[in-house]
Design a protein around this ligand. Structure first.
Ligand SMILES: Cc1ncc(COP(=O)(O)O)c(C=O)c1O
Length: 408
């Protein structure tokens, strides 16, 4: 039975819902494992923390890139071992660090945070293995760093690392770097990874011992626009293998890690909203849908960007905006005759519009609108409290064809 049929069935029960396709998640995770046999992967839980999704990704052997203490806890309750949970976020509170110790490897995001972990570890009388997030002196495309709220500038790391090595209650065992999201060109990522390997070797030399891990972050993009060419993971995997081989001796004993970002789950998700009403107003036809801006915000944000610029390709602003033609709209209806319509949501807000003057089959109440690529940065980004409307369901389509609540 195809996915459209599944969506149609669920639409008889729910007026708006996400459907995450387990089969697709497994295909994506297996592709990564096959193309990068020497790399360990962490699931970027912030992209979609629905428990059924997390269980599915972690069951494939992935660890977790946790962005908060709550994500550390969800990873632990999913059965992920502490050694496979890296907790990296700016602005961790003392209580966050206290509770995360032993459950994960904490990645210090600032100089002050290194000292905060040292103090906590001293009070506990333990030595804590930590990672440090580095804001590198390069980007994907430039050999020059940028100011960032994330991590510690590479120059600062290099000037302070000899002091950190002397701290009695912490031991730096790894580094974490992530500078950009949504890259579709394998060669750009490969060139960036090469610079991270060189940086890791520099850090290893400064420390005087081997690093346990180098986490190269994410950036693995997915096609959103119809003109996007998917990231060639096989090509990037081959380039990574060459790099690992070239650094076999220099980074001996060091685990190479990539974060999935949106890659594992992004294209597995569908957002579905039901037609509630239709009306004519001064020559225009409006279709009113259940939960658009307050169900899946990103299509509405695309409209917002369109409102402010005529540019054909406005600059990406992840994870809110990728491109104006992301999330193509599909209608599930038996109707064949078409008409031009504006698609709007059921909020008392005039800006709650997801498409203007679009040609679609003539929709009637009960028909469904479906948007793709709603697996990552979708439900988590959406202001679902707005107008106190009912929230969309989050459903998980198991590979055996059954559908369950993704939130349980
Ligand atoms: C450290 C880190 N890892 C992973 C991600 C998510 O990956 P992406 O946005 O590349 O899909 C982000 C996003 O900003 C991030 O900051």
């Amino acid at each position: 039975m195809d996915i459209k049929q599944r969506i149609w069935e669920q639409g008889q029960q729910y007026d708006s819902f996400y459907l995450y396709d387990e089969k697709r998640i497994i295909e994506n995770t297996h592709r990564l494992q096959q193309d990068f046999p020497l790399v360990d992967f962490l699931y970027s839980m912030k992209t979609n923390p629905a428990p059924a999704v997390v269980r599915c990704v972690c069951a494939q052997g992935f660890g977790v890139d946790a962005a908060s203490l709550n994500e550390v806890k969800l990873a632990v309750s999913t059965g992920v071992p502490a050694a496979h949970i890296l907790y990296s976020a700016p602005g961790k509170r003392e209580a966050d660090i206290q509770e995360a110790l032993g459950k994960s490897t904490v990645i210090a995001d600032s100089i002050a945070e290194i000292m905060k972990i040292q103090k906590i570890a001293q009070e506990k009388g333990i030595i804590v293995p930590i990672g440090i997030r580095i804001n590198p002196d390069f980007t994907f495309t430039m050999d020059k760093g940028m100011p960032s709220k994330f991590g510690i500038d590479e120059e600062q790391v290099l000037s302070l690392i000899s002091q950190w090595v002397q701290l009695p209650n912490i031991k730096i065992i790894g580094i974490h770097v992530h500078v950009k999201s949504q890259e579709l060109q394998a060669d750009v990522l490969a060139a960036y990874h090469k610079k991270i390997f060189q940086l890791a070797y520099t850090i290893r030399q400064a420390l005087g011992y081997a690093l346990t891990f180098v986490n190269m972050g994410s950036g693995l993009g997915i096609p959103y626009s119809r003109s996007d060419v998917p990231l060639d993971t096989a090509r990037l995997g081959r380039q990574t293998a060459v790099l690992i081989d070239a650094y076999r001796k220099k980074l001996a004993g060091t685990k190479i890690i990539l974060e999935t970002g949106r890659y594992a789950v992004g294209d597995s998700g569908y957002y579905v909203t039901k037609v509630l009403d239709r009306k004519e107003s001064r020559g225009k036809t409006f279709i009113i849908l259940q939960n658009t801006l307050n169900g899946f915000v990103r299509p509405s944000l695309n409209q917002l960007v369109r409102h402010y610029t005529d540019k054909e390709h406005p600059t990406m602003y992840e994870p809110f905006f990728t491109c104006t033609d992301a999330f193509p709209i599909d209608a599930l209806t038996e109707e064949k005759e078409t008409e031009m319509v504006t698609l709007a949501g059921n909020l008392c807000a005039a800006t709650d519009v997801i498409a203007t003057d679009m040609v679609l089959p003539k929709l009637k109440p009960g028909d469904l609108i479906v948007m793709n690529d709603a697996g990552s940065y979708a439900a988590v980004m959406t202001p679902m409290q707005f107008s106190s409307q009912e929230k969309p369901q989050q459903l998980f389509l198991r590979k055996d064809g059954t559908v369950v609540n993704a939130m349980e």
